[in-house]
Design a protein around this ligand. Structure first.
Ligand code: NAP
Length: 249
């Protein structure tokens, strides 16, 4: 990719405070994008925005609970008031609340659906119109291979991630003729805080099912997202790209 390919593009990255979102924010900033870092805590998104600025790129931050339609709408109003448009939306924020189906509480179900899936609807609903007006946009939603194949103890998470895939394909069809692409990225197991909770035995078991025999790094996902934002990906829409070391091939 040409280094400044995203120059002048306003990019929102949710869940930018840590892990995959942080890597995406840094990578899009290096490509010239103006990054609006969103996370739940002020502390994490402000630290990443500052990190980007220290490296000589452009960023700001805003703490938003993405599971709340009201909070997302207020944030979008403020962002659009300042920038008048958003070119690139990366719906990456996500959580897990794992439990076996027999033990899963309604709260565990609801929290995961609200944070991982409903948030995609909230941000897209608020930002699609300016993209349509501009006749250019990139929407990238973070799914998971778990949304494709399911996982023990993750009925809530798998449902949210499978929902993201259906949502992405549907909006891709609706806005394809307006210069907007919508794709999903489905990571396998990536080394972040989310997976650091897994015990050594579970990781050893997981590795048996990964043909590349290693966990992925946040940057592996970020590079894929950066490509999907680029001009080189202008004819790719409605797809799910797995970044999983061959796990779900
Ligand atoms: P992570 O390290 O746990 O970071 C999650 C980020 O999401 C944090 O910045 C967090 O904000 C933010 N977040 C969580 N709930 C939020 C809320 N209600 N409002 C706003 N922000 C919120 O996770 P990760 O591993 O980087 O995962 C990123 C995405 O990739 C998720 O959608 C995840 O499901 C997906 N994914 C990850 C893996 C993996 O192996 N790691 C695999 C497949 C898919 P704070 O910093 O303020 O806490």
């Amino acid at each position: 990719m040409v280094k400044q390919e995203l120059s002048g593009k306003v990019c929102i990255v949710t869940g930018a405070g840590r892990g995959i979102g942080k890597a995406i924010a840094l990578s899009l900033a290096e490509a010239g994008g103006y990054i609006i870092c969103v996370s739940k805590s002020e502390e994490s998104c402000s630290a990443v925005a500052q990190d980007i600025q220290i490296r000589g790129y452009s960023a700001e931050h805003i703490a938003v609970d993405v599971s709340s339609l009201e909070a997302v709408s207020v944030a979008c109003k403020s962002i659009l008031g300042k920038h008048s448009t958003v070119d690139i939306l990366i719906n990456n924020a996500g959580i897990t609340r794992d439990n076996l189906m027999l033990r899963m509480s309604q709260q565990e179900w609801q929290e995961v659906l609200n944070t991982n899936l409903n948030s995609c609807f909230y941000w897209t609903k608020n930002l699609l119109h300016p993209m349509i007006k501009k006749r250019w946009g990139r929407i990238i939603n973070m799914a998971s291979i778990v949304g494709l194949v399911g996982n023990f103890g993750q009925a809530n998470y798998a449902a949210a991630k499978a929902g993201i895939i259906g949502f992405t394909k549907s909006i891709a069809r609706e806005v394809a003729s307006r210069g907007i692409t919508a794709n999903a990225v489905a990571p396998g197991f990536i080394q972040t805080d989310m997976t650091s909770k897994l015990g050594e035995n579970i990781v050893a078991e997981l590795l048996k099912n990964i043909p590349m025999k290693e966990l992925g790094m946040p940057n592996d996902v970020a590079e894929t997202v950066k490509f999907l934002c680029s001009q080189g990906a202008r004819y790719i829409t409605g797809h799910v790209i797995n970044v999983d070391g061959g796990m779900a091939m």
